[in-house]
Design a protein around this ligand. Sequence first.
Ligand code: AMP
Ligand code: MG
Length: 417
Amino acid sequence: MSSGLPSYDQAAAIVADYAARLRSFRPATETVALARAPGRVLAQSLIADQDQPPFARSTRDGFACRAAEASRHTKLKVTGGTHAGEPPGGPLPGRAAWEIMTGAPVPSGADAVVMLEHVEADAGNVRLLPSRTIKPGENIVAKGAQARAGEELLSAGSLVSPGTVALAAACGYAALKVFTRPRVAILATGDELVPVEAAPKPGQIRNSNAPMLAAMVAAAGGEAWILPAAGDRAEALDAALAEAVAADMLIVSGGVSAGKFDLVEPALARIGACFHFTGVRMQPGKPTVFGELPRPGDDPPLPFFGLPGNPVSTAVTFQLFAAPVLAALAGCRERLPRFVLARLAPPVDRHGKAGLTRFLPAFCDFGSSAGKPPKVRFVPWQGSGDLVALARSNCFAVVPEDSEGLKAGALLRILLP
Ligand code: AMP
Ligand code: MG
C-alpha cells in the first residue's frame, strides 16, 4: 500500500520548497530588550556603530614596540605604559618600548607587542630574549580588522545566539527588532486521552503529545496554543478545527491512520484542505499528512500537519516536517532539519524495512573522540509508542530505505534535535 506514497526524501523536498516560498513573506515585528532576544529571529540588520575593534588593540600583556628594532635583541627603553581603558598613548620614541596590557590601545608608532614572558627586563629597559622573534602586527588586532563603522554585520533572518547578543551589545543595541513568533495551534485527538492532571481510567492515557508538541514548537521558534483535546467524533473535530484556523500554523496529533476512528483527514477536507501529501514511505510516521487550509479574505492559507499519535512518530515527524515550516514562518533563514554523520556502535539489533526510511531513537555521544565522527547507539525500544525510549534518546538514527542490514562501525545520518 505504500508504493504510491512519496519517499521520505520526496516528502522532505515538498516541505523544503514550501518553506522556501514562505521565507519570501516577512512576519510582523516587535522590539525586545537584548536579554530577551536569544532564540528569536532578527528582523533588522546589525550595523557596526564604529570600527571593531575601535582602536588597535593589544591581545597580550607585554611591551609595544617596533618589530624591526626589537628583533635586534638590543635594549629598548620603556618610555610609557597604557592600561585597558586608557586612551591610546604615544608616539613611541625611537628604540623604545611601551608597557601595555591586554585590551589596551597600542600607542602610535608601535607595530607589534612582545609578550611579557618573551623579554628580559632590568632598570627600565627590556630586551627580546634571543630565542624569540617578533614580526610586525604580532599580538595586535588592527583598528577595524573585524568590521568597519557602518558595515552590516548580521542581516534580518539570523537566529539570535549568545554571540549575536555580544555583538549587539558591543554596537550599542540595548533592544533588538525581532519577528513575532508564529502562533501554532496544537490539537490532540483521541477518545482515550485525559489531561495530565487526571488519573486515567482503564483504557485511558494521559495526553502527552500536547505538552511535548508545545515544547517542540517553542524550541522551533513558535508560540504554542494548546487546544482542548478532541474526541474521535466528526462534530468534535469540526468544532476544534473551526477554532484552530485562527492560528498561524496547525498541528493535529492522532487520528490520521487508516482506522475506523481516524477522522482527521476527512474533517480537514470538509473545511477545504488542500493536501500536499497524505502519507510518507517512512517508519515511524507513515500516516503523516501535510497541507493548507483556506482562510478568509486575503489571509494566506494556514499550513497544517496531521501527525500520527504514537509519541515517537509525533516527535520525529514534527522535527522532520513541521519544524522547517515553522522556522520559515518565524522568519528564520536557517534550514531544518539538521543531520550529521555518526558512527554506529554495537549492539546493532535494528534493521531496515524495505522501502521505508526509518528514524530510530538513538543516543549519540557528541563528546566522543576529537576528530572522529561521534558514536551513536540505538536506544532499546518497543515501537513507536515507546515514550521511555523517546525520553532516553537524544537524536534519531536514519536507516535508509534501501539499507540491507546495518553493521557496527557503519556511518549513519542522525537527525539532530
Ligand atoms: P492514532 O494516531 O490516533 O491512531 O494513535 C496512535 C497511538 O498513539 C495510540 O496508541 C494512541 O493512544 C496514542 N496517542 C494518540 N494521541 C496521543 C496523545 N495525545 N498522547 C499520547 N499518546 C497518544
Ligand atoms: Mg486515535
